[in-house]
Design a protein around this ligand. Structure first.
Ligand SMILES: [Mg+2]
Length: 160
């Protein structure tokens, strides 16, 4: 799957600490055949990706639309279409499907949420049943967007 991680309060705290398990979970996901991307409402965050040693695991770094997601992907040239997003902002998770992660605001609140994210992705990829209360399925709009992008028609134009 193409898995997109938000930056602020998802993998990075307000006081600039990387959430526990970020590197390990990225490495395991890549090892299991997934592609990991990093995107942010603040823009293209190569500084965070390089600064915390995430670059070897990351297939792309993008600016993240905060609304109007289908057009936003085109506007910010995000490609491929996300298949699973991890974000502390619920609306984007309800659109693309993924995991609405608990906000990681301060380093003293560091936790093992990313391990839970890994387990949910692993269960989904294995065709298993996922019933975690913070997992969200893809919206019908996003399903249509993904299908169009895979067919190479219409809405995929300009995504690359
Ligand atoms: Mg965030």
């Amino acid at each position: 799957m193409h898995i997109f991680f938000d930056v602020d309060y998802t993998i990075l705290s307000f006081d600039q600490i990387l959430r526990r398990g970020t590197v390990e979970v990225f490495a395991r996901l890549v090892d299991e055949g997934h592609q990991v991307y990093v995107w942010s409402g603040e823009g293209v965050r190569w500084g965070v990706v390089r600064g915390f040693g995430l670059e070897p695991y990351v297939s792309g770094v993008f600016a993240k639309p905060l609304g109007d997601f289908a057009n936003g992907l085109r506007r910010f040239r995000v490609s491929p279409v996300p298949e699973f997003v991890v974000d502390d902002y619920p609306e984007i998770v309800s659109y693309f499907g993924g995991f609405h992660i608990q906000e990681f605001f301060h380093s003293r609140d560091n936790d093992d949420e990313l391990e839970t994210v890994y387990e949910v992705i692993r269960d989904l990829a294995n065709g298993g049943h996922v019933d975690h209360p913070r997992w969200r399925p893809r919206s019908p709009e996003c399903v249509a967007l993904l299908e169009a992008s895979k067919l190479g028609t219409g809405s995929e134009e300009g995504l690359g």
